[in-house]
Each structure stands twice: as structure tokens, then as C-alpha cells.
Ligand binder design. Structure first.
Ligand SMILES: NC(=O)c1ccc[n+]([C@@H]2O[C@H](COP(=O)([O-])OP(=O)(O)OC[C@H]3O[C@@H](n4cnc5c(N)ncnc54)[C@H](OP(=O)(O)O)[C@@H]3O)[C@@H](O)[C@H]2O)c1
Length: 226
């Protein structure tokens, strides 16, 4: 179990659902930046294939693949990138292994088919609901809901989007801001976990904008900061 807040130089990052669009893109960026990455999946072979693809692209063997449970073992920080319908079940399946760790929840509570309409769950935030289910042994931090997957696999591309980082533990938020920076993005302290509702809602707004303006990856910027 790793209780310490990780520093960028030492990060071993587990990405649950890291075979998907968002998770594999983030995994690629972190691996390209020199971090150890573990891809988690329901299917070990699928995870191994995703890891091999990233290793081939970056020319190093720093990414491994395995089950979601195996990925969490020994990781400094864990990132959850599965659809809303699978969020609770996936996190709860590794609950014991998450104890003492930071869990970065990327989930936006999209409810197909109306994904361009804000449909927040009862209580307001799916990330707050996950923190309540996991308990205080896990520090849940919300981030990346507004970063489209499209440009993540191109580490040279500057993604024009800020990342709102919400969480109840300031040190954990700070660690996630370092993680955001490691992916080539700007992370911003955006308040307690309850504020995640704003990021979660914005995802549907951005999908609407993408469709209306026929673009792949509209983003958000916070102005007025130095
Ligand atoms: N895509 C984007 O542009 C984007 C942008 C911002 C935020 N997000 C959020 O990021 C999360 C992941 O999005 P995504 O587009 O990457 O999703 P995705 O590609 O549809 O799924 C990601 C992974 O989740 C696992 N998964 C899928 N269905 C599952 C189920 N029923 N039960 C358990 N695991 C399941 C699969 O991994 P295995 O089959 O390997 O287990 C899959 O590869 C979502 O919550 C989404 O709202 C996405």
C-alpha cells in the first residue's frame, strides 16, 4: 500500500479501463513523459495488447497490461477511465486495493443516447457518489472530464483545454495537478469534490459544441490566472 502523495519522478500510474479511448490516450502521454504505466482491463490479453502498442510507439518497455486488480497493485496513483455505467462496479471491484491511494475519476455521467444533454445523477455528481461508496480510505479526485480523447495519442499536439481538478484533500489535488501537467495539460484547483458536478456537466456541453461546430475536441479555458 502506498500512502504517500506521489511525486512526478516516481509515479507508477494505473489506468483502469486503459484500453479505451480516453484511458489509452492518457496512458500514452504519461508513458511518453517517462512514467511507469499499468493498463487495467477486464481482459488481461486486451490490456497486454494495449500496453504493447504504447511501448512500440514510445520505443521503451514501460507500460504493462493486466487485469484492473493487477494494475492497482503497487501503483502510486490510480486513474478510472470507464463509462459511467461501469464506474461504480469497476471501482468497487478493486476497493480493498485502493485503500490509502488517490483515485482519479475521469467519469462523466453520460446517459446514452442523449449524451449532449446534461443528466447529472441524483445527488449531483457521480464522482461524489463514488467517494461515498469507497469511503475515506480512498482519496477520490475528479479530473479530465473535459479533455476529449481525440488528440491525446499525439504527444506533440498542444491540447487547448484546462483540467478542473476537484477533491476534498488539497495534497491529493496537488498531486493530480502534477499528473495533469505530466500529460501536457494545465490543471487548476477547482475546489472540493462537490464541484466536480460542474466538470461532469460540461462534458455534455462540449459534446453538443463538437457536434454543432463539427470539431473533434472543443475544450475549456479558465482566464484571469497568471
Ligand atoms: N472519450 C472521450 O473523449 C472522453 C472525454 C472526457 C471524459 N471521458 C470519460 O472517460 C471515461 C471513459 O471514456 P472512453 O470514451 O474511453 O470509454 P470507452 O472507450 O467506451 O471505455 C473505456 C473502457 O472501459 C471498459 N468498459 C467498457 N464498458 C464496460 C463495462 N460495461 N463494464 C466494465 N468496463 C467497461 C473497457 O475496458 P475493458 O474492455 O478493457 O475492460 C473500455 O475499453 C467515461 O466515463 C467518459 O465519460 C471520455
Amino acid at each position: 500500500m502506498t500512502d504517500a502523495v506521489p511525486t512526478p519522478a516516481t509515479m507508477c500510474i494505473a489506468v483502469l479501463g486503459g484500453t479505451g479511448a480516453e484511458g489509452s490516450g492518457l496512458a500514452f502521454r504519461w508513458a511518453a513523459a517517462g512514467h511507469q504505466v499499468r493498463i487495467g482491463s477486464r481482459d488481461e490479453a486486451k490490456a497486454a495488447a494495449a500496453a504493447a502498442g504504447i511501448n512500440q510507439r514510445i520505443g521503451r518497455q514501460t507500460v504493462t497490461g493486466g487485469t484492473n486488480a493487477a494494475a492497482v497493485e503497487g501503483a502510486d496513483i490510480v486513474v478510472l477511465t470507464v463509462p459511467y455505467a461501469a464506474q461504480m462496479q469497476t471501482a468497487m471491484s478493486v476497493k480493498e486495493k485502493l485503500s490509502g491511494k488517490i483515485l482519479v475519476d475521469v467519469t462523466a455521467p453520460l446517459q446514452p443516447p442523449k449524451v449532449s444533454q446534461v443528466q447529472l445523477p441524483a445527488g449531483g455528481s457521480c464522482v461524489v457518489a463514488l467517494q461515498a461508496a469507497l469511503g475515506s480510505e480512498v482519496k477520490v479526485v475528479s479530473a479530465f472530464q473535459n479533455v476529449g480523447a481525440h488528440h491525446l495519442p499525439d504527444e506533440a499536439y498542444t491540447i487547448d483545454c484546462d483540467v478542473l481538478v476537484c477533491g476534498d484533500d488539497k495534497a491529493a489535488r496537488e498531486a493530480v495537478i502534477r499528473l495533469v501537467e505530466a500529460a501536457g495539460l494545465r490543471g487548476i484547483h477547482a475546489g472540493l469534490l462537490v464541484n466536480s458536478a460542474a466538470s461532469e456537466a460540461l462534458t455534455s456541453v462540449l459534446i453538443f459544441i463538437n457536434r454543432t461546430y463539427k470539431v473533434a475536441s472543443a475544450g475549456i479555458r479558465i482566464t484571469g490566472l497568471q
